[in-house]
Write a protein that binds this ligand. Structure first.
Ligand code: AN7
Length: 344
């Protein structure tokens, strides 16, 4: 049978109401890419779960197919979310597919261009807020309590249901859960989903390494951050909606939540690209965390099987690269000029 998206594949494991009407873009089923050369440096068996290969370029499509399918089934006409960008693009795409109106609230000036362009291309009504993601989330919660507009942020339980399918896929492919799972943490929906998914699937439990950016690390500091700042704008979040559950996942799994600097994140992004996997900055946080932990001796990777979740594609945030490169050499259209510049 052809692949029809993750609700079809995993419906029996997902707690979705009977009224759910599947809206799918054949999301999920993303590659688990072996990274033998990088793995050798850690002395471990290493894989990247490349979630940037979902239909709108991020893992958000997993939860969004579930949230929109449920919303459509109960007759919702309009959906809304607050977003650092990826949720916006995903909500817009699935709403378009379902014929719903979509409204997305984003923090002023801090959304990567590939995400904003996506949201607009899919037809969302995009509204900038003079404030942070956290302020935007507060507003969408209020409006969805007072109107029939449906909330599709990861406070919505069906988002979590859909996102559980990534750990299912990892277990199906490896035969069991890995020893460690490393991933970025922003609003903390994804870490919550992975932990719930591994527990439910009963194919073993990984230790979870959740990674925040230093300037937006409320779960490491133990208190909300008023003005979160990081180059990894996807996780520029100071008050995670599922913070408690994230801490629980780290604790129960005998893992941890740590913070890494923007320089460490960009370094990890370069390492991944040098292996042929270009991810957006936030998505490199998992590897940055693994590098940081192993180099200070607080995580023993030797002989382990480790999966790093790369949540979004590099094309989401091209400016991070193009702002710092020198433009390509310009030569006359002649063979000799080409040979001269290549030097071979
Ligand atoms: C690439 O799109 O919060 O911890 O509004 O885009 O589940 O929030 C994005 C988050 C990691 C963090 N990697 O996931 C949004 C938004 C990427 C992301 C995260 C996000 P959560």
């Amino acid at each position: 049978m052809t692949y029809q998206g993750l609700i079809h594949r995993y419906r029996q494991y997902l707690d979705l109401p009977a009224h759910t009407q599947i809206i799918s873009l054949n999301e999920g089923n993303t590659p688990l890419i072996p990274m033998p050369r990088l793995g050798r440096e850690f002395g471990c068996e290493l894989f990247i779960k490349f979630e940037g290969l979902n239909p709108t370029g991020s893992f958000k499509d997993r939860g969004m197919t579930a949230a929109i399918s449920e919303a459509v089934g109960r007759g919702a006409k309009t959906v809304i979310c607050a977003s650092t960008g990826n949720t916006a693009a995903s909500a817009a795409a699935y709403a378009a597919r379902a014929g719903l109106r979509s409204i997305v609230l984003i923090p002023e000036g801090k959304v990567a261009v590939g995400k904003l362009a996506g949201a607009i291309a899919y037809g969302a009504e995009v509204i900038q807020i003079q404030g942070s993601f956290d302020d935007a989330l507060t507003l969408v919660v209020e409006i969805t309590q007072k109107t029939p507009i449906a909330l599709v942020n990861s406070i919505n339980p069906y988002r979590i249901e859909g996102q559980k399918t990534s750990p299912f896929e990892i277990c199906d492919e490896l035969g069991s859960a890995p020893d460690w799972l490393c991933l970025p943490v922003g609003n903390a929906g994804n870490i919550t989903s992975y932990w719930a998914g591994f527990k439910q699937y009963q194919k073993g439990l990984p230790h979870i390494l959740g990674v925040q950016a230093e300037g937006a690390a409320p779960l490491v500091l133990g208190h909300p951050v008023d003005k979160p700042e990081t180059i990894a704008t996807a996780i520029r979040i100071g008050k995670p909606a599922r913070g408690e559950q994230a801490l629980e996942a780290a604790h129960e799994s005998n893992g941890k939540i740590i913070a890494v600097s923007d320089a460490q994140i960009l370094g990890a992004q370069r390492i991944l690209a040098s292996e042929g996997v270009w991810v957006e900055p936030a998505s490199a946080a998992g590897l940055a965390g693994l590098v940081a932990e192993t180099s200070r001796g607080s995580l023993d990777a030797k002989g382990k099987r480790i999966v790093i979740v790369c949540t979004g594609h590099g094309m989401k945030d091209p400016s991070i690269i193009t702002e710092s490169f020198t433009s390509p050499k310009l030569i006359p259209a002649s063979y000799q000029a080409l040979v001269d510049v290549i030097g071979e």
